[in-house]
Design a protein around this ligand. Sequence first.
Ligand SMILES: *Cc1c(COP(=O)(O)O)cnc(C)c1O
Length: 380
Amino acid sequence: MRNQPFHPATLAAQGLGWTDPTTGAVVMPIQPATTYIRDADNQYRRGRNYARADNPGYDQPQALLTALEGGAASLVFASGMAAATTVFRALPLGAHVVAPRIMYHSLRRWIAAYAADGHLAADFVDTTSLDALAAAVVPGRTRLVWVETPANPLWSITDIAGTAEIAHRVGALLAVDSTAASPVLTRPIELGADLVMHSATKYLNGHSDVIAGSLTTARDDEFWQRLVAGRSSGGAILGSLEAYLLLRGMRTLYLRVERACRSAQRIAEALAENPHVAAVLYPGLPSHPGHAAAARQMTGGFGGMLSIRVAGGEAAAIATAARVELWKRATSLGGVESLVEHRASIEGAGTPVPADLLRLSVGIEDPDDLIADLAQALPA
Ligand SMILES: *Cc1c(COP(=O)(O)O)cnc(C)c1O
C-alpha cells in the first residue's frame, strides 16, 4: 500500500485518476441535463435535482482544485468576476473591506461601485506594505481583506502569511486572487489564507477558449455555505462543456506554467539589457521590489507575467505593440500563446497604470522566438 500522497503534478495530469464507472472511459462524460429524476417516494437520493445548483461535470475540476490548493472544498463559476463578486455579495451589509490599490482593474472598479452604492465600506491600500495593511484594518468592522499576488499589472507581491496574521487579528477573512501564480507556484491556504480565487480563464484552463472562475476554501463553514448558495441563487454557473474544457486544460497545468515561468525569466533578463526598455517589472528579477517576498512564498518560479516600461514613452510603447509579429496584441493572460497589451488603453481614464507600460503574458512558444520578436519590435 502506498502511504505517500501523490505530487500535485501527478494529480493534475490524471485528473485525480477518475474514470467513468459505467464505461471505463479515462475521461468523465459531459452531462448536459438541466434536471434530475425524483425518486418515487419524493426524495432525491442521488443528491441532484437541478443543474443551477450543481452539475456532475463540476465534481472533478472542483475536487482537483481542492487537492491542488490544499483546501477543504471548491466551486467553479461562469467567470473569475462571478467568483470574486460572490464573495463580496456574501458579506453583511456595511461590512468594511480592504483591497489593493493596484489590482485587476475590473474588480477594483466593481468593488468601488458596490461600495458607492452603500453595500460595503471599501479602503484601497498598498498591500505590498504590511504596515499599510495593519493601519487599514478595523477590529470588529473589517470582514474581508482581499489581495492579489503577483498583482496586475506591476506584478507587485503581497506577503500572504503576514497579511493573514493582520486579517485574523481583527476577525477578518483573507481572500487571495491567485490567478497569476496558479496553484503551481503558490498555495495561499498553506500560508494562512481563508479563500483562494482564480480567474480559471487564465492558467487553469490555459487555452484562451473558456471563461471560468473558481473559489477554494480552507474550511467548509457557514461563510462557505453562503458562497455555495450564492452561486446557485446568483446563477453565474459554468456550462457543462466549459467545465469539461476547464478540466482538460488543468491536466497540463504544470507543464504549461513551468515552461511559461522559465521563458518569462529568460525574457525578463534579456529585456533588462535592452536600451529601449526603461524598466522590467518581473518578480523573478532581484531588482523587483517584491523579489524577496516572492522568493519566500512562490515555489518553482515567479510566473509567466511581466511588464515593461518602454523608454520612448506611451507612443513608443503603442508602436512596439504594433510591430510585434509573433506576440498577439490582445488582453487576457495565461494561455499557450504569448500576448502583449498596452495596459493603460484598456483600463481607461483614471488608471494608475503608467502610460509607457506593456504587459506581456508569456506562452509556451520557444523563448528565443519571443525574445527575437520583441527585439525587432522595440524602437530602433
Ligand atoms: C482575468 C482576471 C480576473 C477576472 O476573471 P474573468 O474570468 O475574466 O472574469 C480577475 N483577476 C485577475 C487577476 C484576472 O487576471
